[in-house]
Design a protein around this ligand. Structure first.
Ligand code: WTA
Length: 701
């Protein structure tokens, strides 16, 4: 029996390397006008970043920063694979993002905050004002007894107070951990516990789709959850969306909750010297989903991270201090940390921050904002592009903004959506960079260098300077470019933006990212430690990479990474549920959405009420972003003879595909029952091949 299971798994693995058929797309060239003004236009730059010049090539990135004390070693590998970049130096991220710009750009806007309600005036914050506000807040945090190395959790919406709070922490070496505002109180609470924060910083309310949401309510749940998990939160600092006025219904808890704006009064006009911190100090944690139910806190360093996002913002996003740059992401995700806050500010950019939903009150909103503020660099995700295209395909034509460059990030973009972005949004003038990377990598891995490479819709392009990808098959053999075969994309070498570790879990860091392809765990040579990114990819003959999606059990919903195991454990908090399986389903707008299969305990009658309770549980444990498209109550889960749930079979059913051969399962009959429940009696399966991430889904268990 064991042999049989083993054999079955082996065939699954080789099926995973199926050929990927894809029509080769045509190239688009950057305009001469763009090329003439670009920060990086010398193709020879890549010769300076070849592997034989590694790691010294990255000195150029460190040189873009201002150091309090120079570093001694470019890359210290003595504790491989826990890399130490620019070791021995002293630096401060806040100083690099704020103080050093004051002389030249003090009166220039660092941020322009655009509120969701159209009638609220924009709030422009100059570098001088940012400096003043960050200093007062740093004084306040210091006054509360916080010091370098302490962790503070934020659960904040997209408001200017968020980057201000981040920078105040960075000034003192306090490690910030911002939890995406759309996550539930419980999700925030478990992240508070994991990071060991004693302080939560939140905001009373924020606007979303025309409603002023009571966000303070989440703080109470978060504190309670953290408490139950054994982490006491001593203080909750509450920013007010409208200073001086409390805009939430949830009462403040005496002794614990304090209004930030009131407390700040005591620190008016105070200055705090930026601390000279070690290069390899931690700047922040960013929690992300992985294969297990427990989110992992990606820990990013001060110097390496900042150098990497500064250089890539300058060269890839092509940001100059004179540009008006708008990244329409949420700072609660890594994109916002790297490419709204740290990268752009280190380059003295003027960065637009928008509070709300892109299509509120209509699909012309982003283009009106761009026109009004003179935005010339625009950055967003495929989901937003698809949504704006569907609701207002002609809207961009009505507005007179002009973009020189545009970015897409977070999900694969289909060539059709890419072309709309190019033709309509970019008016055939703006270059597009399709930037592929992830929370763990700090900054871009693969992208075109916009003035150097041609664009190819649907492909992120070649690798960024100094990034040397390799695609391995399951056995560790290299898959060559142009072979048409997909595999696991890895990076051969470390780079400054790479995470330092998973907070509090060194073993998980080594196992997750290096376990599969490292052959010598004792090695101190970086060549032995290819970093496994977690995506499937294929490399075309021209060297361009096309990303096929996650190879682990992570679903990318509208560019938000959700762990299926986390959703499944949320389902199991409903007492009637015996087993749960979550699968990704193709969705026209969001890319992928989760569908849920649950089996209920014996003696319980299936009902809509149970399905509703499952949805409610998911919203409470994770947040509305994880809301499933459908919940199916099934008589039993399809299982292998060793008792594993075959999520792959459920994914095929949900995506209206043929389930393939299921005769080796322990209960093949149940597959047909479930198929009828989902697809109806007639066979209505679609012929076209499943996208690779779904085809492979559920194979890595
Ligand atoms: C996916 C977001 C295709 C990928 C920066 C990755 C992409 C996951 C792209 C990381 C892209 C990100 N093309 N897929 N340009 N960018 N992804 O951690 O599957 O939120 O593993 O970081 O998003 O998501 P994360």
């Amino acid at each position: 029996m064991a042999k049989e299971v083993e054999k079955q798994e082996l065939t699954e693995v080789s099926e995973a390397q199926i050929a990927v058929h894809w029509k080769e797309e045509e190239y688009y060239q950057p305009s001469e006008k763009f090329k003439a003004q670009a920060n990086m236009r010398d193709p020879r730059i890549f010769e300076q970043f070849t592997l034989d010049k590694f790691p010294d090539c990255f000195k150029a990135y460190a040189d873009m920063l201002t150091w309090f004390e120079p570093y001694r070693t470019v890359l210290d590998t003595s504790d491989a694979p826990f890399w130490k970049w620019f070791a021995g130096g002293k630096i401060n991220a806040c100083y690099n993002c704020v103080d050093r710009h004051l002389a030249k750009y003090g009166n220039k806007a660092a941020f322009i905050f655009v509120a969701e309600p159209d009638k609220e005036p924009d709030v422009s914050i100059t570098y001088q004002e940012l400096y003043d506000r960050v200093n007062e807040l740093a004084a306040l945090l210091r006054g509360l007894g916080l010091k370098a190395g302490d962790r503070v959790t934020f659960h904040m919406p997209m408001v200017a107070e968020l980057p201000i709070t981040m920078l105040a922490c960075a000034r003192l070496g306090i490690i910030h951990s911002q939890v995406f505002g759309g996550f539930s109180g419980q999700a925030c609470g478990s992240r508070i516990q994991d990071s060991g924060s004693r302080l939560l910083i939140t905001m009373d309310s924020y606007w979303r789709n025309g409603t002023l949401v009571d966000h303070k309510a989440n703080a109470d749940i978060a504190v309670q959850t953290a408490n139950e998990l054994g982490q006491a939160v001593e203080k909750v600092l509450v920013w007010q969306r409208y200073p001086g006025k409390y805009s939430a219904k949830t009462p403040m808890v005496p002794g614990r909750d304090v209004f930030m704006n009131e407390l700040l009064g005591q620190y008016k006009g105070q200055n705090v010297e930026p601390l000279a911190l070690p290069s390899d100090g931690a700047l922040f944690l960013m929690y992300s989903s992985g294969t297990t139910g427990k989110p992992k806190g990606a820990q990013h360093s001060i110097a390496g991270y900042l150098a990497y996002v500064t250089a890539t913002s300058k060269w890839v996003l092509d940001i100059d201090p004179e540009d008006i740059y708008w990244c329409m992401a949420d700072i609660g995700w890594i994109t916002g940390h790297s490419y709204i806050v740290y990268g752009p500010l280190a380059n003295a950019a003027t960065s637009v921050m928008y509070e709300g939903v892109p299509t509120f009150p209509d699909a012309g909103r982003p283009w009106r904002i761009a026109e009004r503020l003179g935005v010339n660099i625009f950055h967003t995700a495929p989901t937003a592009i698809r949504m704006l295209r569907k609701l207002g395909p002609q809207e961009p034509r009505k507005y007179k903004y002009r973009f020189k460059s545009m970015t897409t990030v977070g999900e694969p973009i289909e060539p059709e959506a890419w072309r709309w972005y190019y033709d309509e949004v970019g008016k055939r003038e703006a270059v597009i960079t399709d930037t592929w990377w992830m929370t763990e990598t700090g900054g871009f891995l693969c992208t075109t260098m916009p003035a150097i490479h041609a664009m190819k819709p649907g492909s992120c392009g070649p690798a960024a300077p100094g990034i040397h990808p390799v695609i391995y098959d399951e056995t560790g053999a290299e898959i060559l470019k142009g072979s048409g075969k997909a595999g696991n994309i890895c990076i051969r070498n470390p780079w400054p933006g790479i995470m330092q570790t998973i907070w509090g879990d060194r073993d998980r860091y080594v196992k997750t990212y290096f376990g599969k392809y490292n052959k010598n765990p004792k090695s101190k040579d970086w060549r032995d430690w290819p970093f496994m990114c977690g995506d499937g990819a294929v490399q075309a003959a021209d060297g361009y990479y096309r990303i096929l999606g996650r190879i682990d059990d992570v679903i990318n919903v509208a560019g938000h990474r959700l762990g299926t195991k986390e959703i499944e454990s949320a389902c199991l908090t409903v007492p009637e549920i015996a087993e749960a399986a979550v699968v990704p389903v193709q969705d026209e707008l969001k890319g992928r959405v989760p569908e849920v299969y649950v089996a209920i305990k014996p003696g319980v009658q299936p009902s809509q009420a149970i399905a509703d309770r499952v949805i409610k549980a998911i919203e409470e444990v994770i947040g509305k972003i994880a809301r499933p498209k459908r919940v199916y109550i099934v008589p039993d889960m399809p299982k292998t003879r060793s008792g594993k749930i075959m999520r792959r079979v459920l994914a095929a059913i949900s995506n209206r595909r043929d389930v393939g051969d299921v005769t080796t399962l322990a209960n093949p009959d149940v597959v047909e029952q479930i198929r009828i429940m989902v697809q109806g009696k007639d066979i209505t399966t679609r012929r076209e091949e499943l996208p690779e991430d779904i085809a492979k889904f559920g194979q890595v268990e």
